[in-house]
Write a protein that binds this ligand. Structure first.
Ligand code: ZN
Length: 205
């Protein structure tokens, strides 16, 4: 694409690196922006910068939250059931369960899965904060941990590791999602009905 002006080429490269956007779609987006009103492009650019400037991570569950707040909207909501923690791989999975509108507990975002192939060990995930959090919560009530990692090799390995780390703590019960989800499926692509069914059919792990 050497015939294109530098700024256009640069922006196409940026978009093409995003998930689900190839070079063709990236070019289509950029040419649309070239023709868009200046105010729109400026608002769009500001939204992009704001993603880094105005967003922080919840110190309890690692969900995203507004900059300047310690805990996210779920953790700081007293009407959520703080004795039930749904453990998910990433924030996309958290939002998939929030979309169902029927889950009333809280979450813990691991920030990935254990993967020896990719060199990701438990110490690189948000597991230490989960253990500390569970220990703190069991002093008030029993805690149910629902392991909701994806049904693939890494998801299973991570689930097993969590079970070993946490099952010894008195007052903790560990369950996992019903296996209604197709093997290897990505939770954030599952529809709400499937997720609700997987959640209500959860069983001991
Ligand atoms: Zn939170």
């Amino acid at each position: 694409m050497k015939s294109l002006p530098g700024p256009v080429e640069r922006l196409i490269d940026h978009f093409a690196k995003l998930p689900g956007i190839g070079p063709k779609s990236a070019a289509r987006i950029v040419f649309q922006l070239v023709h868009a009103p200046a105010e729109y492009v400026s608002d769009f650019a500001d939204s992009l910068v704001s993603i880094k400037r105005d967003i922080a991570f919840c110190r309890e569950c690692h969900n995203i939250t507004d900059q300047g707040t310690d805990t996210c909207a779920v953790c700081s909501n007293p009407s959520r059931d703080h004795s039930e923690i749904l453990v998910v791989e990433d924030i996309l999975d958290l939002f998939a369960f929030e979309r169902t509108g029927s889950y009333k507990g809280i979450y813990h975002v691991l920030g990935g899965l254990i993967s020896p192939v990719e060199g990701i060990g438990p110490e690189q995930l948000n597991i230490g904060t989960l253990v500390a959090r569970v220990k703190r919560l069991v002093s008030d009530s029993t805690v149910e941990l629902v392991i909701a990692t994806n049904p693939n090799l890494e998801g299973e390995a991570t689930g097993m590791y969590l079970k070993e780390e946490l099952e010894g703590i008195a007052g903790v019960s560990i369950t996992r999602l019903a296996r209604g989800l197709p093997s290897g499926a990505d939770l954030d692509y599952a529809d709400s009905t499937t997720l609700e069914r997987a959640l209500s059919g959860r069983s001991g792990f």
